[in-house]
Ligand binder design. Sequence first.
Ligand SMILES: [Zn+2]
Length: 196
Amino acid sequence: MAVMECPECQGKVSDTADACPHCGYSFAAEAERYKQEVKGYQKAEQADRNKAICVVLLALVVAGAFWLRTSSGKDFVKDYRKYGPFGEVERRDAMNKKRESKLTADVRYSPTKFIITNQDGFDWTSVELEINSVGLKSGYILKVGRISAGQTCTVQKVEFAKPDGTRFNPIAVKALNFSVLADTPNGKAASAWKLE
Ligand SMILES: [Zn+2]
C-alpha cells in the first residue's frame, strides 16, 4: 500500500482509498473525469483522421475531373458512351475508317471484267486493284498505275494475281469483293465494294 498526496488538500491518503479522508475529495470521480477526457481526445483524433481521408478523396475527384477535361479523357468518354465497355473492336474499326479516306468511284463488273470510273475531282496514282481482299492476307492484285479524274478503266479478271503468281480464275473462284487503293493529293485512300 502506497501513500499519495490529495490533490485538493495535500493531505496524505492511501492509494487504495476512493476518497480523501481529510476533505472528502473523490478519487473515483477524478478517475471518471480523466476517462471522459481521454475519450474526448480519441474522438478528436478520429475526426482528424476522417478529415484527412475526405481531403484525399476530394483530391482524387478533382484529379479525375481534370483528366476527363483532357482530349484522351474526352475521347474515352465519347467512345465509352457510343460502344460501351466491350467495344474495343468497334472502336479500332472506327479509327481505321478515319485513317483511310474514301475514293469516289463507279464500279461495274461482268463475269470476266471490271469497269472502274474515277468520280473524284483528282487523279488516282499508284492504283492497286484487288479481288477478294481478306484483312491483311492479300487477295488477287492488279497494279494499273494512274486513273485520272473522270477516266474509266477496264480490266480483265484474269489479269489479277496473288503475290505468289497464282492467277485469278473467274470460272473456279467467285469474286466476293473488290477494292481500290490509290495515292491521292490528300494521301493514301481506299474503297471497297462487296460483290453480289
Ligand atoms: Zn483531501
